[in-house]
Structure formats: structure tokens, C-alpha cells
Design a protein around this ligand. Structure first.
Ligand code: RRO
Length: 315
């Protein structure tokens, strides 16, 4: 089965990616598999300056998923490019760099520093994280506001060469994700990654207090998979109906098996990210890719590309 994907002009050998934030910047997972086997390694969202993140505890488990309030812990863009991106390049990884900022100008500065770095030739795209649920600034999530999203995307797009695609990472916490997608694509996004975590909360019923120090947090894992499938489906439907240009969708949310990945692909995703599942199985992103290829083979498909959005033809 031909598992290669054309992602906004970049040919990747596999549709499988890590999901941002769940495996730091490569070294941890590099002990379990060859990071060059992935279509792309997606890094933890990096900001301009180093950041220690939220107080602890930052994670809570639920029967169907995980809640996090990490709060964008990270080394800052300078250290990231010198250490993490350099390591990913040496390892032969194709890297999709996730960037974040408190303001649209900060997003642009991070993109500019990234572009100027020695390892930039290993970057196959930039994922603009406008959807972190744990940013402390006035409770504002850029991706809840189509205009604010467009401003960030346009500024980042300006900083990068045309052949480096920009992906907007969207939040499911909006009434209409298609409206945000339209705004991002109009502003220059070459693709869409959906979804980030869903805002949630867990209370410790022994201590009768919130389980994570951030009080609310981002819900991930199996609980959000149907939400991701719905978001990808609605966005692909908008493309088929002419309400949105055809841009690649990267599906993410609760994928643990090849069947889970196939669900997102059939809904319209060209690539699939695996995040929370790596906590139980660090090689999950490559295992899911093998399982997906096996399923396609069993069903008689020669190319993954033939299955993208296929469920829309079978209503
Ligand atoms: O660091 C985080 O708290 C975080 C981020 Br940036 C994000 O995009 N999604 C999430 O669930 N947590």
C-alpha cells in the first residue's frame, strides 16, 4: 500500500505524526523507534522565551482520557533550535514545528527565529498553535476568534518561505469550527490540524477540590475521538460543498489503533497524529501506521490517498 501523502506540496513517506506536546521534542521517543520513520515529528509548542508552565499537579486521568494543564512549558525558541531541532535534523526526522505566542507579534518573532536557524532545512512545516486551552492571558484562545486567528496566521505566513507550509491548529471549543477554518485559510494557512484538546475539568471527590492546579485543563484521549472525527468531517464537507478551499487536514484526537486512524482518514484527514496513546505505548505512532497500512491492504486499497474523505461518498 502506498502510504505516502502530499501535504501542502511536501511529499511525506507516511501519514503518521506525533501530536504536539505529548512527546516533547524527539529524544524521549527516539529511544523507542527511529523518528525518521514518521511522516513528521511534531514538536511541543515553542514560545519566544523559556517558560516553566503551570503549577503541579498538571495531569489527571479519567476513564476515557487525560486532562492536562501544562501551560506551555518549554525552552524558548533559541534553545529549541540549537538543541532540539538540531537533534531532530541529525536524526533524519522531518519536523513539523509547533509554535505559540501570547500576541500575534510573538508568533511572528518565533517564526522568524525559526527560519533563521541552521536546522530550518529539516522543517517540513509550521503548526501554528492558536488553540492552547491553558494560556493564562485573559482567558483568550486565539482560535475562538476568527479575526484574531487570521491575524496570527497572516503574520506567521509572511515570515516563512512559500515552500514551508503553515498549518493552523484549531480548538474544538467553538460553535462552528468551519468558520475558524475559513478565516485561517483565507489568511494564508496551507492546511489545518484538528483538534487540540477539549476544555474540561476533573474534581477529586475525596479532597473535594480540582485535580489539576490549573483548575480546568485540556481533555485528550479516547473521550475526544468522536469530536475530532466530527470536526474533520464538517471541514471536509465544507470543502466538498465549495465553502472552503481544498487544503490538507491533519486529524488528531484519541487515536490508539489503525482503526481509529482510518476513521479520521475516511472523514477527510490526509495525515494522522498520535498523542495521548504514546504515554502507554511510546511506539504508538509507528504501530498505528503499520495497522492502518494492514487495514487498507485487507480492504483492497492500493493508496492511502484514495481513502481520504471516502465516507463522504457513502452517505
Ligand atoms: O501546554 C499546554 O498546556 C497545552 C497546550 Br500549549 C495545548 O495546545 N494543548 C494542551 O492541551 N495543553
Amino acid at each position: 500500500v502506498d502510504m505516502s501523502v502530499d501535504l501542502a506540496g511536501r511529499r511525506l513517506p507516511s501519514p503518521m505524526m506525533t501530536a504536539s506536546g505529548c512527546a516533547a521534542n524527539g529524544r524521549e521517543l527516539g529511544r523507542f523507534f527511529d523518528v525518521a520513520e514518521l511522516g513528521a515529528f511534531v514538536t511541543k509548542s515553542v514560545m519566544a522565551d523559556p517558560r516553566s508552565g503551570r503549577g503541579t499537579p498538571r495531569m489527571a486521568e479519567t476513564p476515557s482520557g487525560m486532562l492536562n494543564s501544562i501551560g506551555l512549558q518549554g525552552p524558548g525558541i533559541s534553545s529549541f533550535v540549537e538543541n532540539d531541532l538540531a537533534w531532530l535534523k541529525r536524526s533524519g526526522a522531518r519536523t513539523l514545528v509547533s509554535i505559540a505566542g501570547n500576541t500575534s507579534g510573538e508568533f511572528a518573532d518565533v517564526a522568524a527565529t525559526l527560519r533563521a536557524s541552521d536546522a530550518f532545512d529539516s522543517v517540513v512545516g509550521v503548526e501554528v498553535n492558536i488553540s492552547c486551552p491553558n494560556v493564562a492571558n485573559r482567558g483568550l484562545v486565539f482560535a475562538c476568534d476568527p479575526l484574531a486567528s487570521a491575524k496570527v496566521i497572516a503574520l506567521v505566513r509572511e515570515q516563512l518561505p512559500r515552500d514551508v507550509p503553515v498549518f493552523a491548529k484549531l480548538t474544538p471549543d467553538v460553535t462552528d469550527i468551519v468558520t475558524v477554518a475559513q478565516s485561517c485559510v483565507k489568511a494564508g494557512a496551507d492546511g489545518l490540524t484538528m483538534i487540540n484538546t477539549l476544555l474540561g475539568m476533573v474534581i477529586d471527590t475525596d479532597l473535594l477540590r480540582p485535580q489539576v492546579a490549573g483548575v480546568t485543563g485540556g481533555l485528550s484521549g479516547p473521550a475526544v475521538r468522536p469530536v475530532a472525527v466530527r470536526a474533520v468531517w464538517q471541514t471536509r464537507a465544507a470543502m466538498l460543498e465549495g465553502r472552503l478551499p481544498f487544503v490538507p487536514i491533519i486529524g488528531v484526537g484519541g487515536v490508539r489503533t489503525g482503526r481509529d486512524a482510518l476513521e479520521l482518514v475516511a472523514a477527510g484527514a490526509s495525515a494522522v497524529q498520535v498523542g495521548t496513546a504514546t504515554f502507554n505505548d511510546p511506539s504508538a505512532p509507528v504501530r498505528v501506521g503499520r495497522e492502518l497500512a494492514g487495514l487498507l491492504q485487507d480492504k483492497g486499497f492500493a493508496r492511502l490517498a484514495d481513502v481520504v474523505g471516502i465516507a463522504h461518498e457513502r452517505l
